[in-house]
Design a protein. Structure first.
Length: 311
């Protein structure tokens, strides 16, 4: 019998208990599942989200793996008390949610929808007709599971998509770049830039004043990766100067975003409350149960985090 501890904020337990038990039963797993960490040596797997009761992993002497409910693991990857494999969440519904959210905002920018929403005042205006998608450059920073899915979806619409990642990737339905020169090339061609990178020391303030200046004048920015990717002061300056036309931000250095933050009142910023891709209990539980099945069968775990790189 596999012994499972669920560690997350209390409101998550009633949402996940039954889906996790069903998913394990679907795979023929006999499990004991609890949210009570009273006997830490008795657990094989820790199902984890920040904000739960577990903050020190040294107490869990018999643990086989920590299975994250989040795709982003920056709040746990560097924890020195964690000495077992850490697996990030890769879930089809999370991926589809990100594809839909990003595609919606790219199309919003591409078609100039904001101007029409703001112009409901009885005046018929001769609007500029947008180019077709094939003539609109869209850049993707981050080509993991989420970034690749988003890039493929946008390429399917016909957008001139280019992607950038830390390591070289073979091009498929879209062009790919890597390294400092590749980043500069991608930025210079991105009328709409989508950021889906993880938070690591290498990505901290990646979009600083110098890199933002490489974007074409009038470019739009969408960030659904992590708030630390952007130098906030540099972004506000680029927006104020008119070099960037608009930014849609779903992630921030501090969440919830404080009421007095400059982003709330800025006319060229759209704030969304970290809703681009939410983990859904039914499908996330299937991903968790599959890794437990693999662990119990002696098979390699899926989506193990490279702790040296933070993702």
């Amino acid at each position: 019998m596999a012994r499972l501890l669920f560690s997350a904020p209390p409101e998550w337990w009633p949402l996940y208990r039954e889906p996790l038990l069903r998913a394990c039963a679907d795979r023929g797993l006999e499990v004991a599942l609890t949210d009570d960490p009273a006997e830490p040596t008795g657990f094989d797997y820790l199902i984890y989200r920040p904000g739960g009761p577990v903050t020190d992993f040294t107490r869990f002497a018999n643990l086989k793996a920590v299975l994250s409910l989040w795709a982003g693991v920056e709040r746990i990857a560097g924890d020195a008390t964690l000495r077992v494999p850490l697996c990030r969440m890769v879930d089809e519904s999370l991926t589809r949610g990100m594809v839909e959210w990003v595609t919606g905002h790219v199309l919003r920018y591409h078609l100039g929808i904001d101007a029409h929403l703001a112009g409901q005042d009885g005046v018929w205006r001769n609007a500029v007709v947008p180019p077709l998608a094939t003539h609109r450059g869209v850049g993707l920073l981050g080509l993991g599971v989420l970034g690749t899915a988003v890039a493929e979806a946008l390429a399917g619409f016909g957008f001139a998509v280019q992607g950038w990642s830390r390591r070289p990737r073979a091009p498929g339905d879209f062009a790919t770049h890597s390294g400092a020169d590749g980043l500069a090339t991608l930025l210079s061609r991105s009328e709409i830039l989508v950021c889906l990178l993880p938070a690591t020391p290498d990505t901290e303030n990646l979009l600083d004043a110098g890199h933002l200046a490489l974007l074409p004048r009038g470019a739009r920015l969408i960030n659904a990766g992590r708030g630390t990717l952007i130098d906030d002061d540099a972004l506000l300056s680029a927006l104020d100067a008119g070099h960037l036309a608009h930014a849609t931000l779903d992630v921030f250095r501090q969440e919830p975003l404080p009421p007095g933050h400059a982003y709330w009142a800025h006319p060229r910023v759209t704030v969304t409350p970290h809703v681009a891709a939410e983990t859904r209990p039914d499908t996330a539980s299937q991903a968790i149960a599959e890794n437990i099945r693999r662990g119990e069968a002696g098979l390699p775990l899926l989506h193990v985090v490279d702790r040296a790189h933070g993702y």
